[in-house]
Design a protein around this ligand. Sequence first.
Ligand code: CP
Length: 362
Amino acid sequence: MPKYGFRQHFEGWEEFKKRPIGERLPVFFKDGRIFDVLFSQQFDRTFLDSLYDLTNRIRRIAKSREGARWLHDLHGPRRAMLYFVQPSTRTFLSFLNACHILGFYTSEIRDPQTSSEIKGESPEDSIRTFSSYVDLIVMRHPQAGFAEKTAWLLNIYSDRPVPLINAGSGSDQHPTQALLDVYTLQRSFEQRGGIEGKVIALVGDLKRGRTARSLSYLMKNYPGVKLLYAAPPGFQIGEDIKEFLSGQNIPFEEHDSLASVLSTADAIYMTRIQDEHDERGESQSQYEEFCLRKQDLARMKSDAIIMHPLPRRGEIDVAVDKDPRAMYWRQERNGMWTRAALISTIFGSDEEIRTQGQRFLV
Ligand code: CP
């Protein structure tokens, strides 16, 4: 019987986590620069524009052998720990490859049964141990709020804090997914006046889907956006997100069918049912009505785009993949580049990439 979850009391944490987010954020910045990446609320428009400019540059620089070598040498040899104790394919692989593009050596734990957590070491002590060996921790964890807790812990308790990136925390947030989603929206709407003023429909399990939550927070940076939430009963977006949107004067509507948002949306963001968070078997067959089929395409705008954080099941029929509006495979690849830009920004090499890297732009 594994002895996971040995509980430790860290003085100050309970008080800290009760504070409003605006009061907590400064702990995760250092010298005016982002240090830990935990929530979408950390990103403002200046940060996003700068990150996406850097993403474009890194993509282009990495195309040539000389540019790729330069990027690699600029950051290396640093070390990153990928602690992914909740299943992941693309977030794990895109971070791993982003690290390699930037010359980071990487280590990983994907199953706590192979670590000293099996002997009863707390996950908090595991994270502190990683910080003894590496310069960056990227974490996916099933527990909402765990990434914030351990980032706080390293900053407050440790004499060797290293940046920590939340790569998905329970049903709470997935901030780097939101970064790549917005990058995908921006590229897709480049010739159509940008993201501003667009209608974005989020479809599926919005209650537990952390990608929809994190993306919603980012929309405050794009004036005129309207959000349409289409979900089966019991799967609608949370009250906390609705309160946030109302506070930011972001218009939104709730819908109970996919059909009712198809013809008005500029972007349709499909999501999967999140039954790994399903405690009472509430996932049910009515979800099938929230699936995009080939016959639905004719009802969409001709220049709309279809997104999905993936993995998918049946929410998007494979017959849709060939439609030029299907953006999800490109969206997935965008993750590697935005994450490389994010890591470069955290480590302060963004300016050098903009100036010295200019000569490698392809
Ligand atoms: N989009 C996403 O988080 O995918 P993975 O679960 O495969 O990492």
